[in-house]
Each structure stands twice: as structure tokens, then as C-alpha cells.
Design a protein around this ligand. Structure first.
Ligand SMILES: NC(=O)c1ccc[n+]([C@@H]2O[C@H](COP(=O)([O-])OP(=O)(O)OC[C@H]3O[C@@H](n4cnc5c(N)ncnc54)[C@H](O)[C@@H]3O)[C@@H](O)[C@H]2O)c1
Length: 561
């Protein structure tokens, strides 16, 4: 603050961004920016200025070590606006930026030695906080996940030409991502309109990069040129890897996969972007199931960092390695998981949705649930998330999950998702679901309350009941956490680090909690099991496993950082 002013300093400190030298110069953090070759001569020149009495560094040092002077009004105005800006950005779960402002606010009225003491106290307080533990845990887990992925790809030839089947939300996104990262891709659909839409979306995304100054128009054109839209299979004979992203229907997928396999060169890889359908089951239609695996992207593809690579019963390790390499080439973080309905992320997400449906059944107001879960740290509440995922997608996936795990995920009677599906209220894509959607000025869907949806749910489940925030959080989080523990126990996912990173990167699990397993560790498994037992009347999704109880008794944790 003494050097570049309080506003700038708070922005530098709380933003945590790297600064370019030109910006540092502009803000006054440095005296000069010189070419690397001139560093020594520039320093000598500076020293000469000091020797010649042209530069009084001592006066400057004194100023930088002294307390600053502000009138109370000035101080109030500066810090009120800084606090508002930083508070809005950091949110309620990340206390460090606000603590930093507190230190600055106190420190500017102290001499530098005292100010440093103030800063140290604030830093130590933050470093010992549970949030710091979670975030340090995330950092370590991220390293571990990346290292694990790199082990798979040692010596693997990169995919030089790819293809995607389906030019829908996901297919279009995959085509853009591949092209923008430099791997040419054929995009196949059965409808010209779908291809046009897919190309349009890709072109918009490239356009945004140009707008933001991240890409020249020429490079954007070159990128777009890397996508070849086609209606026939002709172009597929040359590709190394095909991602299938057609509609989520096992019969259609099996027939498309078998048709595609017949077009491919020997050893080419076929991967399905299915959200839930078992890879081993889809492989039954193929002559070379060893060349087939799951490659599950998340929506929107260009923004979500995770890709689940799913190993079916017959998938070869070479297929996994090549698919992991392709995911890395797309700039994604791949996690290899074993096959089961929903794999890791959706297997854990659907119990969370089941918790939501049970709350609605007991009369909870979904807008209240959304608010509580958003305040708790999720990027969006469950009703909004279902609308974004698509009620149709959620309905089909829910059936796959219920078939796969009938004792835990099967449900009796019609719920809101079933009712909305029957009425074709598919969520954001159809303009209505739990909420109503209207295009805003930029053409983006804007979420509005829907009296119709409220009425439909009340006709199903009766009048609203009020639930305490803690109860909503517990009822939503317990099934998700227990299912994550099950995935680890059943070796669907190989490590606690991969499980937690999968949730943070795939569904935006609140980072300040570090992932589902870290969350239970932090709470203490014994306390978690006790909490789950209070809700055991809600069914098997709320029942901790034997292994969890044993770990609780021995006070063990999932992570040992
Ligand atoms: N939407 C999501 O959030 C999401 C997230 C992860 C995975 N997925 C999975 O990705 C897949 C695609 O989902 P989507 O949301 O992109 O669906 P979508 O309906 O937007 O797109 C599907 C596309 O496939 C095309 N298609 C149908 N049959 C075809 C065929 N025989 N050959 C080529 N193209 C064909 C359709 O014309 C359509 O353009 C599904 O398996 C879905 O479960 C979706």
C-alpha cells in the first residue's frame, strides 16, 4: 500500500494473479522495466545516480517505513469500496482476502515493523483455518491426479486425427475443444441442421477468444478449419480415435458404435461419452471391445476441466493410455475409473438428486433448497442444476441408476422429475423446468421463478414445509458422501485424491470443503456417521457402509496429507 496505493495493493494481494511487468510499472511497483540483457548496466546506472546525489533512496525508504496518513473519512471511503469489491468476489467461504484487507487497514497506520507483525498474525490465522487445509489438500490432490495421468501416457503416440459422432451440445463442444487445442477432428451427425448448429457454436466460441484478445482472427479461422463436418462415415477411416456423443439411448448407441467400428482402421479407438450406460454393456455390440472405453466429458466442454476415462471389463490398457493422452491434449484433467452405472461422478451425483427428490416429497420448497445449497458453496442449487443438465437426460440417467442400484436408487411413485419429463418440461433447453427461461439481452437464458412448476410440485407432494438450513444440507450431502466412499471401497476410483478431484472438477463440489471425502475427514467420520444415523428413516442412501463405521471407530481418515 505504501508503494502503489491502498486500492492497487488490495487488488494485487487479494487477486492472487501474476502481473505483467508493464502493469507493475504502470502501478508503480517497479522503477523500470529493462531487457534481460541490460539488467546489470541499468542497475549500475541507478547506483551511479545515487552516488551523484540525483536519487535519494533514503528519503524514499523512510517514507515506505513510516505509517501512512489518512483522514478517517478518506480511510472509510477507500476500505468500504475495497471490501465491497473483494467481498463480492471472494464469497463467504474464502476468508483470506478479507483478512488481508483487515491487515492492510491496520498496517497502514503502523510503522513497517509493526505492520509486518500484523500481517504475520493474520497469515497464521488463515494458514491454520480449515479452508486452508482444504485448499492445500486440493493442490496436493491435483498434483497427484496429474502425475497418475502422466504415468498412463508414458511413451504413448498422441492422437493426430480424431472424430466425434453427434454434433449436439456435447459433440459440438468436443469438436471445438479438439480443434482449439490443435487436433483436427471430423464431426459427424445424421442431420445437416445439427452440423450447422455445432459449427455455429464452435464459431461463436472461437469468436469469443478473438474478442478477449486471446486469439487472432487468423488463428481462429485456422482453428475452425480443423473441424470437418460430415454426414457420412467416409472420413472416419483415417482417424486414431472416435468419441461417440449421440443420444443417451443404449440401443441407438450400440448400433452406432457397431456401424462406426466397421469403418475404422485397425487399432483405432472408439470411446463413448455416455453419462451413465455401462461401458461393458455397450461393448457387447463390438468386435474389438479391447479398443473401446468411456470418455465422459462435462458440460460445457470448453469450461469443465474433468474427463472421466472409463475402463470396461475388456478395455485394454493401451486404449486407456491413448484416451488419457487425448484428454490431456485437449487440456483436460483425466481420471481413470472402473465401469459401473454412472461411473464415478454421476453415480455420486444421482444420490444427491435423490436427496433432493426426497426433500420435495416431504414438502420442501425447491427454491429454498437451491438458495441454501448455493449459500453452502455449490455453483448452482439442485433444481437449477437439473434444469441445466436437462430433465430428459436426468430422467433417463435416473432410470439407469435405479436399474443398477435398485436397493438404494430405486424409487416408488412419481417424483417431480418424472412429472416434468412426462410434460416435456425439459429444463433450460425447452424453456421451462423447475424454472422458466427467457433469453436476456445477450441471448443467454435467464432463470425466472415458475408458478406453474410450483403448482405442479404442490399437486404432487402437498403444501410446503419449512426445513432448517442444516437439515437441508445434511439431507443433500449425506447420500453424495456415502456414495463417494462406496466408489472408493469398490475400486471404481483408485484413490481418495482422484475421487475428490473428480467431484470438484466435474460437478463443482465446493472447493473450500476439499471434496466429499475431505469433507467427512474434516467433520470426523464418527460425527458424520452419527449425523447419517439421524436420517436413516430416509432409506439406504443414508446408511454408512461397514467400512466407514470401522474407519470411524479407529478414527481413520481418507486423506493423509
Ligand atoms: N448434455 C450434457 O450435459 C451431457 C454431459 C455429459 C455427457 N452427455 C452425454 O453425451 C451424449 C450426447 O448428449 P447431448 O446432450 O450432446 O445430446 P444432443 O441431443 O444435444 O445431441 C445428440 C446429437 O446426436 C445426433 N445423432 C443422433 N443419432 C446419430 C447418429 N446415428 N450418428 C450421428 N449423430 C447422431 C443428433 O442429431 C444430435 O445432434 C449423451 O450420451 C449424453 O448422455 C451429455
Amino acid at each position: 500500500p505504501r508503494l502503489i496505493g491502498v486500492d492497487n495493493a488490495c487488488e494485487w494481494i487479494c487477486g492472487g494473479q501474476q502481473k505483467r511487468s508493464a502493469d507493475a510499472m504502470k502501478d508503480g511497483a517497479v522503477d523500470a522495466v529493462v531487457a534481460a540483457a541490460n539488467v546489470v548496466s541499468s542497475a549500475e546506472h541507478l547506483l551511479q545516480q545515487v552516488l551523484d546525489g540525483k536519487l535519494d533512496y533514503q528519503a524514499r525508504r523512510e517514507r515506505l517505513q513510516a505509517a501512512m496518513e489518512f483522514s478517517p473519512i478518506e480511510k472509510m471511503m477507500i476500505f468500504e469500496s475495497v471490501r465491497a469489491v473483494v467481498g463480492a468476489k471472494a464469497g463467504r467461504h474464502y476468508p483470506a482476502p478479507m483478512e488481508a484487507i483487515k491487515s492492510v487497514e491496520k498496517g497502514i497506520f503502523q510503522t513497517i515493523d509493526k505492520a509486518i507483525e500484523t500481517e504475520i498474525k493474520g497469515f497464521v490465522k488463515m494458514a491454520k483455518s480449515p479452508v486452508a487445509r482444504s485448499l492445500v489438500g486440493l493442490f496436493l490432490n491435483d498434483q497427484l491426479v496429474k502425475k497418475t495421468a502422466s504415468k498412463y501416457t508414458k511413451g504413448v503416440e498422441p492422437v493426430s486425427h480424431a472424430a466425434v459422432l453427434g454434433a449436439g451440445i456435447m459433440g459440438g463442444g468436443i469438436a471445438y475443444q479438439s480443434a482449439s487445442k490443435g487436433t483436427p477432428i471430423v464431426m459427424k451427425d445424421i442431420r445437416q441442421e445439427a452440423l450447422d448448429l455445432g459449427m455455429n457454436e464452435a464459431s461463436k466460441l472461437f469468436g469469443k477468444q478473438v474478442e478477449r484478445g486471446k486469439l487472432s482472427s487468423e488463428k481462429a479461422m485456422q482453428g475452425l478449419g480443423k473441424i470437418t463436418p460430415v454426414l457420412s462415415y467416409g472420413e472416419l477411416s483415417a482417424v486414431d480415435l472416435v468419441v461417440e456423443a449421440v443420444v443417451e439411448n443404449p440401443k441407438i448407441k450400440q448400433s452406432v458404435l457397431a456401424e462406426t467400428e466397421a469403418q475404422l482402421k485397425e487399432g483405432a479407438i472408439l470411446a463413448s461419452n455416455t453419462s451413465t450406460i455401462s461401458i461393458t454393456h455397450l461393448a457387447e455390440a463390438l468386435k474389438h471391445p479391447e479398443n473401446f472405453c468411456g470418455m465422459h466429458f462435462f458440460n460445457p466442454v470448453h469450461r469443465m476441466p474433468l474427463v472421466e476415462v472409463i475402463r470396461g471389463e475388456k478395455t485394454s490398457e493401451a486404449t486407456i493410455a491413448k484416451t488419457v493422452a487425448y484428454a490431456q491434449a485437449l487440456g483436460k484433467t483425466p481420471i481413470v475409473v472402473n465401469d459401473c452405472p454412472g461411473f464415478l461422478v454421476n453415480r455420486v451425483l444421482f444420490p444427491y438428486f435423490a436427496g433432493f427428490s426426497a426433500l420435495l416429497k416431504d414438502g420442501a420448497d425447491y427454491q429454498a433448497v437451491d438458495k441454501v445449497m448455493e449459500r453452502f458453496g455449490w455453483p448452482m442449487g439442485p433444481a437449477y442444476l437439473l434444469d441445466v443438465v436437462g430433465i430428459d437426460t436426468a430422467y433417463h440417467a435416473d432410470q439407469v441408476m435405479a436399474d443398477g442400484f435398485p436397493d438404494r436408487m430405486g424409487h416408488d411413485g412419481e417424483n417431480a422429475i418424472d412429472r416434468f419429463y412426462a410434460l416435456k418440461r425439459f429444463g433450460q433447453k425447452s424453456g421451462s423446468g423447475f424454472y422458466q427461461y427467457e433469453a436476456d439481452r445477450k441471448g443467454k437464458p435467464k432463470k425466472l421463478a415458475s408458478a406453474e412448476a410450483q403448482g405442479l410440485i404442490q399437486s404432487l407432494h402437498g403444501e410446503h414445509q419449512t426445513f432448517a438450513d442444516e437439515e437441508i444440507i445434511a439431507r443433500m450431502m449425506i447420500p453424495l458422501c456415502i456414495e463417494t466412499a462406496r466408489c472408493l471401497e469398490e475400486n471404481i476410483v483408485a484413490s481418495a485424491a482422484e475421487a475428490d478431484m473428480g467431484l470438484v472438477y466435474g460437478i463443482g463440489f465446493p472447493p473450500y470443503l476439499g471434496g466429499a471425502l475431505h469433507y467427512m475427514d474434516q467433520m470426523g467420520l464418527a460425527a458424520f456417521c452419527e449425523m447419517a444415523d439421524r436420517f436413516k428413516h430416509l432409506g439406504k442412501l443414508y446408511e454408512p457402509t461397514q467400512a466407514m463405521r470401522a474407519m470411524a471407530a479407529e478414527q481413520r481418515t481418507y486423506h493423509q496429507y
